[in-house]
Design a protein around this ligand. Structure first.
Ligand code: ADP
Length: 910
């Protein structure tokens, strides 16, 4: 909304406070500035208009037509959070001086810059989800799909820092798997967003932050890293100093310095908790692309608002992880499962131990339950925003180290975890002990009035505190003394913030006040006085109070600094705790649900017996029908094929079946047990899915186009070790087109038929659910390569019952009309459809690789010509030939009438 008003003579920029405001605004032009004025944070100009729209704040006006909106300071965090969630960046202009001490304008400074990917305050973060900032650097010129790209990912709230080199093609999936909240990219010299960055932002609906191009230049980036880590070379972190991917890492560091290290007076070294960048190899993970993550509903359900049926939801509820660190890591384990055998087997061994050994699992559970979010506390220590409660929570968490070690010490599977924890003891024990020794168990939320440090642990603090507690006794004694001395029984001593200590007399007694009483204030029924003696006492008490407070601040800062110096050890502790927690969670679920340990093997096979869908088996309970899935299992003669075609009516359970296989394979690669009676699973490099287009995310592309783009991706990149899940390929186009495409795609995935050598193109394990029955002939045409499966259905007269049981062979019919009836289509429409069905059939015209649809097969009513060729009506040619300019209006009208009559007549004849 625009506010227009005649300019007034006084320019709002001329008041000192507004000059401060505009100078901040100039320094942080891309931020929404919340500017502290007394008890409110005010927003001005466009920021106020934005706040009106995003936060629903009432818009008022500052003088000279400047829009203004405000939020009370005590509830400001909630408004900050909503602004950030809406994708904006927030700068907080704080009063850095007590207004009482100000001569002229109060001193202010921008003390915080909050951006979607750099949150560290507990109030702004979701404990169960990580908050990540990334910078992308395109290492090759041009837009080639295989151009190299570096991605630096920092989790400021914990200090984790990963550097990944990948390709332009793969980077979108990489970002999708890593929960990135904000992406930094180099803007062009003209200040524009480069097309390749825009493409990523659009594909993932991400908040992007343009940065000056020079920050991505190697020299500047390298220097930023040298300064941050105080090193001359990055060789110690495993990087060549000229590694081009360091550009992305340096760009992140420069951004963090600008937005986080604002307060140059801070005692603690800023961002000290940031780990050095760690190179991650994308091939270490089982790759699940962004579309498949959505389609398989790993992290969230596809349809927003519906009940959460994601894979993640299976691990929530009663059996869930005990710590926030574990919950965050679990999400990561599900989004980026492992690709190599040994680490998977190491996790499996731990889960197996906990499943079998109740004592170990119970003591681990107990030890974990008392651990707080140490990783994020380390993060807040690093940005100088830790609170007294953070410190105490850290102390009690680190004190749990021994209990953790004891819990797993006797279990060989946990030897690595145990060694890591043992190795941290020297660094963590002293700080844990000191925090526990020095700090009270239940500290205040902030240190404004002290109350963090225990009595009896610091002599200077005790002395100052004694003076304060003695004050109460001294005042009581002094009051008695005054009453007696002046024979004034009504004397009371009180305290208020304005006058400090005072003596109060009722109005009636005031006339007897002795001369040394100096009147300070007259109330309705009383007079208040001070005396030199009382003033002197007050100063002593006050200075003791501020001395005590200073001392507490000092001790707090010292402890924080010592903890901050141990950030790497705290982070390692947090990572180990999180991993133990996830393993515990896997074990609980395995025990409760009777899941089994999958056998992972190097050959790309699949042999799942009595497998279940991890979400549905729980919601449906006994009604869930488990199913086998066997592909290329050499001990099973019938099942050497690598492609299974699944046919059956809609609603029979085809999608559920193929998704459950993908989910079991994915779970097996996280180290979790799986819902099955037994499972042998070949190590998998990628899971591809093509199941129903997600239209909202592909605005502007037709469903069919999306389907084909995704399928093309699969055909280009699936390897023999991939798993491919296809649901209803070719639906978005005409029947003939769709069938032909589905046919060709199935052939290709089953092995290239154009080549003399079988399997000359990679043949991934493929599950292909389709309603094209014609495809089932592929089993005969590509013997040993394609296997037909169908979902069993039983007919009872006109009714059908879905058995949800997968059996060999093709489905005998499609039952579409039955399903439509179940769905409540009006009976007359169902009856008519049945009638039509009897007149139509879909056949092959003899050439197996050229499927066609023809009608009708039987002696059918002749008028049914669904596939009639479209021919132009002669009237159209007549219209084309008309010379409108040579016709009168009446002639034109006559022609129109005659055309219409001809059309009506023809319709009635046919
Ligand atoms: P299709 O893909 O064949 O149209 P779905 O897989 O969507 O069918 O399944 C339809 C419904 O059938 C599901 O919502 C589920 O409630 C039920 N269902 C599917 N598979 C099973 C099963 N194995 N056991 C019990 N119910 C199932």
């Amino acid at each position: 909304m625009a506010i227009t008003k005649e300019p007034k003579t006084k320019d709002p920029r001329t008041t000192p406070a507004m000059r401060q405001y505009f100078s901040f605004k100039e320094r942080y032009p891309t931020c929404v500035l919340f500017f502290r004025m007394g008890d409110f944070y005010e927003l001005f100009g466009d920021d106020a208009i934005l706040a009106n729209r995003v936060l629903g704040l009432t818009l008022t006006e500052r003088s000279a037509g400047l829009p203004m909106a405000g939020v009370p300071h005590h509830s400001a965090e909630g408004y900050f959070r909503r602004m950030i969630q809406a994708g904006h960046r927030v700068a907080v202009g704080e009063q850095t001086q007590d207004p009482k001490d100000a001569v002229g304008v109060v001193e202010r400074a921008v003390t915080r810059v909050l951006t979607p990917g750099t949150l560290s305050d507990e109030s702004l973060l979701d404990g169960d989800a990580s908050n990540n900032l990334a910078a992308i650097s395109f290492l090759d010129a041009g837009d080639a799909d295989d151009g190299r790209v570096a991605l630096a990912v920092v989790e400021l709230s914990t200090g984790a820092f990963a550097l990944i080199e990948t390709t332009a093609r793969a980077v979108i999936d990489e970002i999708a798997r890593r929960n990135i909240d904000e992406l930094l990219f180099a803007q062009s010299a003209a200040g524009q967003t480069p097309a390749r960055a825009q493409k990523i932002l659009d594909a993932l609906d991400l908040s992007g932050t343009p940065r000056p191009g020079w920050q991505f230049r190697h020299a500047e980036a390298f220097e930023a890293l040298q300064v941050q880590y105080k090193v001359a070379t990055l060789g110690g972190f495993g990087f060549d100093d000229d590694d081009p991917s360091l550009a992305a890492a340096g760009a992140v560091i420069q951004y963090l310095h600008e937005t986080q290290a604002l307060d140059s007076r801070a005692e603690a070294p800023r961002l000290s908790h940031l780990a050095p960048p760690k190179r991650e190899d994308p091939t270490e993970a089982l790759l699940v692309d962004a579309a498949s993550l959505r389609a398989l509903e790993i992290e969230r359900t596809m349809r927003p608002g519906s009940t959460d049926r994601s894979l993640l939801s299976v691990f929530q509820g009663a059996g869930q992880c005990r710590t926030a660190m574990g919950r965050r890591l679990l999400r990561d384990w599900l989004l980026r499962p492992l690709a190599r055998l040994e680490p998977i087997q190491a996790r499996q061994a731990c889960v197996a131990t906990l499943v079998c050994d109740e004592r170990t699992s119970e003591s681990l559970d107990r030890a974990l339950s008392s651990i707080h979010d140490a990783a994020r506390i380390a993060g807040r220590l690093g940005v100088g925003r830790a609170t007294p409660r953070d410190l105490v929570a850290l102390g009690s968490s680190l004190s749990g180290l021994d209990a953790l070690i004891d819990a797993i010490a006797n279990a060989p599977a946990f030897a690595d975890h145990c060694n890591t924890l043992e190795g941290l003891r020297d660094a963590l024990d002293p700080i844990a002990q000191d925090i526990v020794r020095l700090c009270v168990d239940h500290p205040p939320a902030h240190l404004r009035e002290g109350g963090l440090i225990r009595d009896g642990v610091d002599a200077a603090l005790d002395e100052a505190r004694l003076l304060q507690s003695d004050a109460a006794a001294w005042l009581a004694q002094h009051q008695t003394h005054l009453i007696e001395k002046h024979e004034l029984p009504g004397v009371k001593i009180g305290y208020n913030r304005v006058f400090g200590y005072y003596i109060e007399l009722t109005t009636a007694q005031a006339k007897h006040a002795p001369p040394e009483f100096i009147r300070k204030q007259t109330l309705k029924n009383a007079e208040r006085y001070i005396t030199p003696e009382l003033k002197e006492f007050e100063e002593k008490v006050m200075s003791a109070q501020s001395r005590a407070l200073d001392r507490e601040h000092h001790l707090f800062a010292e402890l924080c600094q010592r903890c901050a110096a141990q950030a790497p050890a705290i982070r390692a502790f947090g990572q180990t705790v999180a991993a133990l927690d996830c393993l515990g969670c896997f074990a609980r679920l395995a025990s409760r649900r009777g899941w089994v340990k999958p056998d992972l093997v190097a050959e790309p096979v699949l042999d799942i017996r009595e497998g279940a869908h991890p979400v549905l088996e729980h919601t449906l309970g006994d009604r869930f029908v488990p199913n086998d899935a066997v592909l290329d299992a050499h001990d099973d003669q019938a099942a050497t094929a690598r492609l299974a075609l699944i046919t059956g009516p809609n609603m029979a359970g085809k999608s559920t079946y193929i998704r459950q296989i993908a989910l079991i394979v994915l779970l097996a690669h996280t180290g979790s047990f799986v819902p099955a009676q037994s499972a042998t699973i070949g190590l998998t490099d990628r899971i591809f899915t093509r199941v129903g287009a997600d239209d909202a995310l592909h605005a502007g592309q037709s469903t069919f186009m999306v389907e084909m783009v995704e399928t093309a991706n699969i055909l280009h990149h699936a390897t023999t070790h991939s798993l491919v899940i296809l649901d209803e390929i070719g639906r978005g186009t005409s029947t003939l087109d769709g069938l032909s495409l589905a046919w060709a795609i199935a052939e290709r995935l089953a092995g290239d038929t154009n080549s003399n050598k079988p399997h000359s193109t990679p043949t991934p394990r493929t599950l292909f659910a389709t309603h094209y029955h014609e495809l089932t002939t592929l089993e005969e045409e590509l013997p040993g390569r394609v296997r037909n499966l169908h979902v069993q259905v039983r007919e009872w007269g006109e009714e059908i019952v879905f058995l949800h049981r997968i059996a060999p062979g093709p489905a005998d019919q499609s039952y579409g009309v039955h399903v439509a009836k179940l769905a409540g289509l009006p009976p007359a429409v169902v009856a008519r459809a049945r009638e039509l069905l009897d007149t139509l059939s879909v056949t092959h015209d003899g050439a197996p690789d050229r499927p066609s649809v023809s009608a009708p097969a039987r002696s059918a009513p002749p008028q049914l010509t669904l596939f009639r060729e479209y021919a132009e009506h002669p009237a159209i040619e007549e219209l084309r030939q008309l010379d409108l300019n040579a016709m009168s209006p009446i002639e034109a009208f006559d022609l129109l009438r005659s055309l219409r009559e001809r059309l009506i007549d023809e319709h009635e004849i046919s």
